[in-house]
Design a protein around this ligand. Structure first.
Ligand SMILES: NC(=O)c1ccc[n+]([C@@H]2O[C@H](COP(=O)([O-])OP(=O)(O)OC[C@H]3O[C@@H](n4cnc5c(N)ncnc54)[C@H](OP(=O)(O)O)[C@@H]3O)[C@@H](O)[C@H]2O)c1
Length: 391
């Protein structure tokens, strides 16, 4: 029987890679739902290639325009349609919308699928306690799609109590060996040019600032229920190793794979079937030059922010971090702030008295997190504006 698939954020980097894997074995998959914010060109190509049953286009203008031109297609403008379009659980959902916006659909789709693969790290960071409740309540399997978390998940093989320390790797982004003083005038096109990974703009900027590694430490801490103090970063420019697990029994395991998100995605799609082989060769040359090093806080001072996130439990401070960063990355991409302002204002926002209070407050529901997200974005923006006015 064909696996029924939905992809939230199908026009992005992860969404497109998921479809590329499916394309190689179309007879085993049926695409039920694809979604985009506003990329009409890409979704049009995807409709031709995969004939999805339903579409979601969240940008209202694009939705109206597209609907008028494609009267026969079943298109929705938001995620309220899940109950209607999924009368029974489908087999697989890829959650790959970027940023905080991914949280609501991720939470709402869990009850409609047997398995959810989550690439949208922001939703895990802000709402893991809520996601976890939904996963348990609905007996939905979960696979993390961030390469480091997929690696930890594979290596641990459900033996989480035996983990002593986790090491995740960082390619270092485009500015690994650059002095901070040389980053003052970095332009968006330079910051999104990642030396190893081809990713969406938002995560590429997060990699360049190293905020991505803070995200990943918090993400690992939530998923695997381990203190952030036990999760370390190692710089690793050739990006062959994704995670190292040191176990309490004296053994350590390393996971290597090519620098492609297609490998974690492939594995999540073929979880129950080992019939298919991923075409890859062991790269001995890379294995002989792993070059793993500790990362200096002096060079990436933003890493110091991890000290606010020692609790394994979810707090509302994670929403402050993600929301402020979403806003700052947007402002940088629109050339309203400078590259180094991202880490400067991120720290300033987290240190605001009203947000410090949230360091021990548990998120209770989506409405509360969403309200906070809007407020933090406004507050961060006004911090930047005030500071620019005073400059
Ligand atoms: N790319 C990677 O290699 C990678 C690796 C690990 C984890 N991740 C995580 O996976 C997620 C997706 O990353 P990506 O690189 O694939 O991002 P991306 O290329 O920017 O794609 C994002 C997708 O989300 C949609 N989207 C964006 N804003 C939206 C909104 N407001 N409402 C509805 N849909 C919206 C986009 O639609 P449009 O096309 O219309 O903008 C697109 O389909 C992120 O959370 C990222 O951190 C990515």
């Amino acid at each position: 029987m064909k696996k029924k698939i939905a992809i939230l954020g199908s026009t992005g980097s992860i969404g497109k890679q998921t479809l590329e894997i499916i394309k190689k074995n179309k007879k085993n998959f049926r695409i039920i739902l694809l979604s985009t914010n506003k990329n009409i060109n890409e979704i049009t190509k995807q409709i031709k290639a995969f004939r999805p049953k339903y579409l979601i286009i969240t940008n209202y203008e694009k939705f109206e325009y597209f609907k008028k031109k494609n009267k026969k297609l079943k298109i929705y403008n938001n995620y309220k349609c899940f109950k209607k379009i999924f009368p029974k659980k489908i087999d697989y959902v890829m959650s790959s919308i970027s940023g905080f916006t991914g949280l609501q659909p991720t939470l709402e789709v869990i009850k409609h699928t047997k398995l959810i693969a989550i690439a949208n790290k922001e939703s895990i960071i802000c709402g893991w306690n809520l996601i976890n409740i939904e996963l348990r309540k609905n007996k939905t399997k979960f696979v993390p799609i961030d390469s480091e978390h997929f690696s930890i998940w594979s290596l641990a093989d459900n033996n989480y109590e035996n983990i002593d320390e986790i090491f995740i790797t960082a390619s270092g982004g485009p500015f690994l060996n650059k002095e901070r003083k040389n980053l003052v005038n970095v332009k968006p096109f330079q910051a999104i040019k990642h030396p190893r990974w081809k990713m969406g703009k938002k995560i590429s900027i997060d990699s360049a600032t190293m905020v991505n590694k803070i995200f990943e430490i918090i993400e690992a801490s939530k998923i695997f229920n381990i203190s952030t103090k036990k999760i370390k970063i190692l710089s690793h420019p050739n990006s062959y190793v994704h995670a190292i697990l040191k176990f309490k029994n004296g053994l350590s395991k390393i996971l290597i794979h090519d620098t492609s998100m297609k490998i974690p995605i492939f594995n999540s799609l073929y979880l129950e079937k080992t019939l298919k082989t991923y075409p890859t060769k062991l790269n001995i040359k890379k294995l002989n030059s792993l070059d793993l090093n500790t990362v200096s806080i002096k060079q990436f001072p933003v890493l110091d922010l991890i000290k606010y996130f020692y609790s394994k439990k979810n707090t509302l401070l994670e929403t402050v971090l993600v929301s402020a960063n979403d806003e700052l990355v947007d402002l940088f991409l629109k050339k309203k702030i400078k590259f180094l302002d991202i880490s400067k204002y991120l720290k300033a926002t987290l240190n605001l008295k009203e947000f410090k209070k949230l360091r021990s407050k548990k998120p209770n529901n989506l409405v509360q997190i969403t309200k906070l997200n809007k407020y933090v974005r406004l507050k961060t923006r006004s911090l930047c504006v005030r500071s620019n006015d005073n400059a």
